[in-house]
Design a protein around this ligand. Structure first.
Ligand SMILES: C[S@@+](CC[C@H](N)C(=O)[O-])C[C@H]1O[C@@H](n2cnc3c(N)ncnc32)[C@H](O)[C@@H]1O
Length: 392
């Protein structure tokens, strides 16, 4: 119930008022450039000429500080916040928490999660350009709540799509549930202003279709048994996978699900070809790492020449990696802004043993090494660097 006694349709929780106030209060912090840990456009260590930013610190402060220079200038915000699985988020915002543990259910504090995300989304909206878009990854724990606060902050009319991201193939323990097997995350996609959204419709081209049959030794043997020569066997496989299918297929809102969509899943990283453990020289994957190919699809759909892409829960830096890859592919010169809390890696983890003391260490080194590889592979003349800022 509002102060004026009028009831209205909204999601509320104890602490919502403080969360709103928090988005409007100023921060006492400031951004400090660290040239020594910055990376030049050409990938040279210790140079600070890049248009990309990497900010180490709490994203609430970072978003407030970014407002000054970037209000209305960010074309795409992609975030992958903690999903509120019970223990996956740190909540240090400086306002008194209501005494009741708000919205507790199965160890998940929905109210705390909402109070964490709500002010950040409000600030995020201010940074978006009028033709911009925001994409948020989420799973079943908070997807219903997220949808409601996104409607409230961005306006229900700006809801564009709920993208279903099929996580991967079924194997081992995943199949053990005595229920339908859970195998998807969602990505909520909103525009800042639906009339002005700059969306580029995309297709999967025939050459990129997910194959209906793979040329395995067993299949080739079978084709030989049936009397086909090697060349006829290859022709038959090509006919089934390509010639007998459409020239291109429009991308649906279910990804990694259709007979056409060969986007690799990252959920089962060992098959995806996107492992960062190998890149970083550690024997452990970064939990929650998102697929670079998936992010490239989002980036391609809503950004172009010189646009700014922001990820303020950047983790291992997948979004920065995807921006560089997409720039190398189409030369559009997008810039990225990554924000990440310098959260310590667990003391016994492979990451810590490998010299990565914080998640920022992982993210920054991933961007450096991914850039080096990309330059070696493509020779593309793009910005491989970032200016590194800490919050003081
Ligand atoms: C699910 S992970 C993101 C993973 C990322 N998409 C990737 O591909 O690696 C969420 C990240 O948000 C970070 N995070 C949580 N609270 C934050 C805050 N207040 N400010 C900045 N980062 C935060 C966590 O440390 C974690 O690394």
């Amino acid at each position: 119930m509002r102060a004026d006694g009028l009831e209205r349709y909204e999601l509320t929780w104890p602490g919502k008022g403080s969360a709103i106030a928090l988005s409007g209060s100023p921060t006492e912090r400031s951004m400090l450039l660290d040239p020594r840990r910055s990376l030049g456009r050409d990938g040279s260590r210790g140079s600070a000429d890049s248009g990309n930013l990497y900010i180490e610190g709490d994203n609430l402060d970072a978003l407030k500080l970014l407002k000054k220079e970037y209000s209305g200038r960010v074309k795409l915000i992609y975030i992958d916040p903690p999903y509120n699985t019970g223990s996956d988020f740190i909540y240090g915002d400086n306002f008194s928490r209501p005494r009741a543990r708000c919205g507790e259910e199965g160890g998940r504090l929905h109210g705390d999660w909402l109070s964490m995300l709500y002010p950040r989304l409000r600030l995020a909206r201010e940074l978006l350009s009028e033709d911009g878009a925001v994409f948020v990854s989420i799973d079943y724990n908070e997807s219903a709540n997220l949808r409601l606060i996104m409607d409230e902050i961005f306006g229900g009319e700006n809801f564009q799509r709920e993208i279903i991201w099929r996580m991967g193939w079924l194997s081992g323990f995943k199949t053990a549930a005595a229920n339908f097997i859970r195998n998807h995350d969602s990505i909520l996609f909103y525009s800042k202003n639906r009339e002005k959204l700059d969306f580029k419709k995309m297709y999967i081209e025939n050459k990129d279709f997910k194959p209906l049959i793979k040329s395995t030794p067993q299949l080739r043997e079978k084709l030989r048994e049936l009397g086909l020569t090697q060349r006829q066997g290859r022709e038959l496989i090509k006919f089934i996978n390509h010639t007998n299918r459409p020239e291109r297929y429009p991308i649906e809102d279910t990804w990694n699900c259709s007979e056409y969509d060969g986007l690799n899943s990252i959920a089962i990283v060992s098959f995806s070809g996107e492992k960062i453990s190998k890149l970083l020289g550690i024997d452990q994957e970064f939990k929650g790492q998102k697929s670079v190919k998936m992010l490239m699809r989002i980036i391609k759909a809503v950004t172009g020449g010189g646009d700014i892409v922001l990820d303020f829960f950047s983790g291992s830096g997948s979004t920065a990696h995807a921006v560089m890859e997409q720039n190398a592919a189409d030369g559009a010169g997008r810039r990225f802004i990554m924000v990440q809390l310098p959260e310590e890696t667990p003391p016994d983890s492979a990451a810590r043993k490998g010299g990565y003391g914080t998640i920022c260490d992982i993210g920054e080194e991933r961007i450096r090494r991914a850039g080096d590889r990309l330059r070696e592979r493509t020779g593309a003349d793009i910005d491989y660097g970032f200016r590194l800022f800490t919050l003081k």
